[in-house]
Structure formats: C-alpha cells, structure tokens
Design a protein around this ligand. Structure first.
Ligand SMILES: [Zn+2]
Length: 315
C-alpha cells in the first residue's frame, strides 16, 4: 500500500473512532431493586462494538449522606455515565467504590471516581495492576471506540471482610473466590440485598478464564446459605430467590463433569467443542461461545489429569 493510501486509511480509522466517541451512549437507567438500592442492568451478550461492553450489572446504594458504588463498568465513558445516572437519583456524593473482581467490564470505569475512594480485595488490586493494561487492550479490540480515553486505575484501598458502615448503610463485605482467585461480595443489612459479582450468573453462561471451578462450587454452597432477599448477579436479571445460584452451580458441575468424561474417552479439543449442549442450557445467552472458550482454557489441564500415570521401568 502506498504511503498516501496508508495515511488515508489511518485518517478513516481515526474518523471512525471519533464518530464512535461522539455517540458513546450506554443509555444507563437505574433500576430500584430495594430501598435505596439500584442496579444498572447490562445486556446478557458478549462484548461487541454495538454494546460497547455494557454486558455487566453495576449498582449503587444510597445512604444518609452519600453513595456506595459497586463496580464501575467497562470504560471511562461508562463510569462517567454511571456517575451521571446516580445524579438523576440523588445529589449525594459518592463516598465509596467497591470493585468485585479484576475483570475489565467491572473496573475500567474507575477513572470517573477519585482513586482514593476505590476499594477492592488485595488480590483484585494486584491482578488489576498486573493485567489491567492487557485486559484494557483486549477490550479495546472487542468494542473499539467506546474505550477512547480509558486508562487503568487500580484501587487504592483494601476491602476487608466483615461489617462496615458507610453513609449510614450497614454493609457486610465478604471475601470469596472461584470465579477468580479474589471475588468480593457486598451485602446490605437493611434490605438483605446481596451483590455477588460474577460468582453468580443468571440466564447467561458463566465465564471461566480465571476460574477454579471446585472453589467456585464450594463458594456457591456458602452463598446458598446466606439469608438474602434480593440477589444481584454479575450478569443477568436480579432475582429474589436461589434460582440463579442453582443455575450457575448446575452449569459449572455439568461443565466439569462433561470435560472429564470427554478426556476419559480420549476426545480431542475440537471434538469436545462440537459436543451437543444439554437442552436445559440452550436458553442461556451466549452459551455456545462461552462453552467453546471454557473448553479452550480448561480442557488441556483436564486432559493431563486423565492421562494414565507414567510407569518408569528400571533398566
Ligand atoms: Zn468476571
């Protein structure tokens, strides 16, 4: 390609990004799920240039003299629009931001807030510092111009398991693991609302790139014992029962069992990816895509486990 053509192509790309930047409207609408508790529901889709990465549930809790934000979304513009949507509900300032875990759709809106307000479990902050740029670059490739101006901001405070009162709201922070090695849940005592982050998915297949499924299943058993009235999953509709927990557990159990069975039968990865999915999971959003991703990152280790032990013969 000639230099002139290259420059022209570059200009067209920049123009396309500029047009995208001018129209980045996530159309966030706070949905009240309990007294003073709001969710900004995301789509149950994969990242795309159409949805700009708005596939995640974020939320906020309005207290007596301030607001607590839970997750900041996939980009700087999402964070800014999240902040604007909070202002449509209350003039009170944001006092605290919690990041549930180190996945890009949950923390890349951090720039919209003062860094000293942002808290996460130490493992989450460490993962954001280590992998944040890579995750941000990857999301940029997937959603394009919606990411313009987005920079990685690591949390500056450590979230500690246990009770905490912020802006007059009594909260309980719970450190857990399984979806990643560091997953924070936030429980509001007054309304018994539980924000689970991505430990619970609903009507959308779970993502597993950093998962330890055995730990995740053990965590789901613990969540099942909690006395909540409202459960806000990381992705999918808010529920008032244990259905989303059961659904996530069923999918993860089936996933592990079917991959182990496939390995025992000696199937190769391509064969496993093409296996039919059970009828009961067909209605989960993006299930075929997530299943394929899960096979690609879980199957190699499961195949190794299934190999017979090497018997060394003595010379
Ligand atoms: Zn996640």
């Amino acid at each position: 390609m000639s230099r002139i053509l290259l420059v022209a192509a570059g200009t067209v790309c920049l123009f396309a990004l500029a047009v995208q930047a001018a129209t980045n409207d996530y159309a966030l609408k706070p949905s009240a799920v309990a007294d003073g508790i709001y969710v900004l529901p995301g789509l149950t889709e994969n990242f795309s240039r159409e949805n700009g990465g708005n596939i995640v549930n974020t939320g906020f809790i309005v207290g007596s003299d301030g607001v607590i934000v839970i997750d900041t979304g996939p980009s700087r513009d999402y964070g800014r629009q999240q902040r604007a949507s909070i202002a449509t509900v209350t003039p009170l300032p944001v006092r605290q931001v919690y990041i549930t875990h180190a996945h890009p759709d949950h923390f890349l809106g951090d720039q919209a807030y003062s860094p000293d307000l942002i808290a996460a479990l130490p493992g989450t902050s460490a993962a954001i510092r280590k992998n944040g740029e890579l995750l941000s670059d990857n999301l940029y490739r997937l959603v394009g111009g919606w990411m313009i101006g987005t920079e990685v901001v690591a949390p500056s405070q450590d979230a500690v398991s246990g009770p905490v009162t912020i802006a007059g709201r009594k909260l309980k922070l719970m450190a857990a693991a399984g979806h990643t090695d560091s997953d924070l849940m936030i429980f509001d005592e007054a309304t018994k609302t539980l924000f689970t982050g991505d430990l619970v998915f609903h009507r959308r297949a779970a993502t597993t790139p950093n998962a330890d499924i055995a730990r995740w299943l053990a965590t789901l058993d613990e969540i099942d014992k909690l006395d909540f009235v409202v459960l806000v999953p990381g992705h999918g509709p808010v529920v008032r029962d244990h259905a989303a927990i059961a659904e996530t557990r069923d999918y993860l159990r089936w996933l592990t069992r079917s991959l182990r069975e496939a390995a025992a039968e000696g199937l190769d990865m391509a064969e496993v990816m093409n296996l039919p999915l059970p009828e009961r999971f067909q209605s989960l959003s993006v299930v075929r895509t997530e299943y394929t991703r899960s096979v690609s990152h879980l199957y190699p280790a499961i195949e190794l486990e299934a190999l017979p032990p090497v018997v060394k013969s003595t010379p």
